[in-house]
Design a protein around this ligand. Structure first.
Ligand SMILES: O=C(O)C(=O)C[C@@H](O)[C@H](O)[C@H](O)COP(=O)(O)O
Length: 371
């Protein structure tokens, strides 16, 4: 599998590399030797990834660092909480940390978002390096500097923009990725298909018909996804405009995650459903898009989704805590066409209800409370 490095230019003086490829973690020690003191590294790692790959990660850390503080995080969305943040901070400060001590985040989107915020908030910022181990984290959450915790009122409502020093996306980790996690991560790749590169729909559909396992074709899709995200982030790092397009399907998806109870529905499952809703809304505003594009993937998501929220009014309420809300108006990311997203201030709540009704029906939900 080929290795590639993609540069993310945040500003003239702030750039970092995303390294992608099989066993790419092996270049981690030499990267560190050019930047950090050997004294200590903090490793925040997903509990399951620790069991499966802890030794491999330990080996690359031990090659350069004299000491390491290992902190494992229980898997699942519930770990993106203030409680987990506090317990990590307590351990880090208790053990001793300096402004130059790097923090390596190893795992999927949950541990990456949490560890990112821990790095951003310790001593007002310690160096952060991401080593994503899931498809979703490789193509999305480890890139672009969004860190976040959930709050009872909404998803990712606590956080900061905090860029890593580098990302090491080692596709060897994907060998142990469960089918369910491939499907979860695939939603973010389909998002790139919808907002930028519609040809990805067919490529991913082709791959999803076979066993989901790492190979050359997936490596190319991962690199392409990272390029798309990098392009957008470089133009608008702090989400003042275009970066919001990366939120296609997310205003609906985050509402599903919140109403279902964090962790009941994975982020990717919720975003997949959210993209069907956003496409329905776009089509009913007269744009030439149709959710038929998502049809080849629907059975995969239906098979693994245990239950969906049924209360449309509660979902609409939850959408109102979205970070894109402006002057009390929901800002939906919709499609003028495939590959052509735009922001639509949403005042038509009857259309919103219809979009929800249509979407939930795709997942055979018996709707309650529909005005
Ligand atoms: O990086 C971004 O920008 C995104 O919006 C990417 C999303 O796929 C990602 O799930 C993000 O964490 C959601 O961000 P939020 O700002 O809506 O919380």
């Amino acid at each position: 599998m080929a290795h590639s490095s993609i540069e993310v230019s945040i500003s003239f003086e702030d750039q970092y590399e995303v390294h992608v490829g099989q066993d790419i973690r092996r270049i981690f020690p030499s990267f560190c030797s050019n930047r950090y003191s050997r004294e200590k590294i903090i490793v925040v790692i997903d509990e399951k990834v620790h069991r499966l790959h802890g030794e491999k990660v330990q080996a690359v850390c031990d090659e350069y660092f004299q000491d390491s503080l290992w902190l494992s995080v229980p898997e699942g969305e519930r770990s993106k909480s203030l409680g987990q943040w506090q317990s990590l901070i307590d351990r880090i400060l208790g053990d001793g940390v300096e402004r130059g001590t790097p923090l390596l985040a190893v795992g999927g989107g949950v541990s990456g978002d949490l560890a990112g915020f821990v790095a951003a908030s310790t001593l007002r910022g310690i160096p952060l390096i991401h080593m994503p181990t899931t498809l979703l984290a490789m193509v999305d959450s480890s890139i672009g500097g969004k860190t976040g915790l959930n709050h009872d009122t909404g998803k990712n409502l606590i956080g900061a923009f905090y860029q890593p020093d580098a990302v090491f996306a080692d596709t060897a980790f994907l060998q142990t990725l469960e089918q369910k996690e491939w499907i979860t991560g695939m939603a973010e790749v389909l998002k790139y298909a919808a907002i930028r590169s519609p040809e990805l729909f067919d490529q991913v559909a082709g791959l999803s018909r076979g066993a989901l396992e790492p190979g050359e074709e997936w490596a190319q899709i991962i690199s392409e996804s990272i390029r798309i995200k990098t392009d957008i982030v470089e133009e608008d790092t702090l989400e003042a405009g275009k970066r919001a397009f990366l939120n296609f399907g997310h205003t609906f998806g985050h509402a599903l995650e919140k109403v279902a109870g964090y962790g009941s529905l994975s982020h990717g499952e919720a975003v997949f459903a959210g993209m069907i809703a956003a496409t329905y809304f776009s089509q009913h505003l007269g744009h030439p898009v149709d959710d038929i594009r998502f049809a080849p993937f629907l059975p995969l998501y239906k098979q693994q989704i245990q239950s969906m929220p049924t209360d449309i009014e509660a979902l609409i309420e939850a959408m109102k805590t979205d970070k894109k809300v402006k002057d009390n108006t929901l800002q939906l990311v919709l499609l003028k066409d495939w590959g052509s997203p735009y922001i639509h201030p949403c005042t038509d709540f009857s259309m919103l209800r219809e979009a929800w009704q249509y979407t939930l029906a795709q997942f055979n939900v018996n709707i309650i409370r529909y005005k």
